[in-house]
Design a binder for this molecule. Structure first.
Ligand code: FEO
Length: 164
């Protein structure tokens, strides 16, 4: 079954949004590098790479369905933040946006009875539960830490252990 044009468009937009997500997280990594918080930077670099994988998975799916991937320009990310807490607050909000976008595509695929796309998007729905939980967990730790530098450095050391 040929892929519906609107679904193709929505997925192409999502490829762009996943690339943009990667760009945001890489920019957050650059901010943490500049703050000498290497563990936070490590976590964000791995997160940026995860986003590229999400984009790649959509890319492969579009091609598998015999449709066309059309890449668009990627919006420039924000570059400055005031604190690690602000960064993770935004990362968590961003992940909630990603989830809403995935649900929106899934809603349309359900309407079209495009079961292949619905099934494909289930992977992202599950992944988003994890993405939201991961960013929220770190945000909550940062809220507890407050202004205690020692707590911040301990969390930095914990985040340096994340592996891609
Ligand atoms: Fe690709 Fe973090 O969602």
């Amino acid at each position: 079954m040929l892929m519906n044009e609107r679904i193709q468009e929505l997925i192409n937009d999502q490829i762009n949004y996943e690339m943009y997500s990667g760009y945001i997280y890489l920019s957050m990594a650059a901010y943490f590098e500049s703050e000498n918080l290497k563990g936070f930077a490590n976590w964000m670099k791995i997160q940026a790479y995860e986003e590229l994988k999400h984009a790649q998975k959509f890319f492969d799916y579009v091609n598998e369905r015999g449709a066309r991937v059309l890449l668009k320009s990627i919006q420039a990310p924000k570059t400055e933040w005031i604190s690690a807490k602000e960064v993770f607050k935004e990362a968590y909000e961003h992940e909630k946006n990603v989830t809403a976008r995935i649900y929106n595509i899934a809603d349309y695929a359900i309407e079209l009875k495009d079961h292949a796309t619905v099934s494909f998007l289930n992977w992202y729905a599950d992944e988003q539960v994890e993405e939201e939980a991961n960013t929220l967990e770190i945000l909550q730790k940062l809220e507890k830490i407050g202004d205690h530098m020692q707590g911040l450095f301990m969390l930095d050391s914990e985040l340096s252990k994340r592996e891609g």
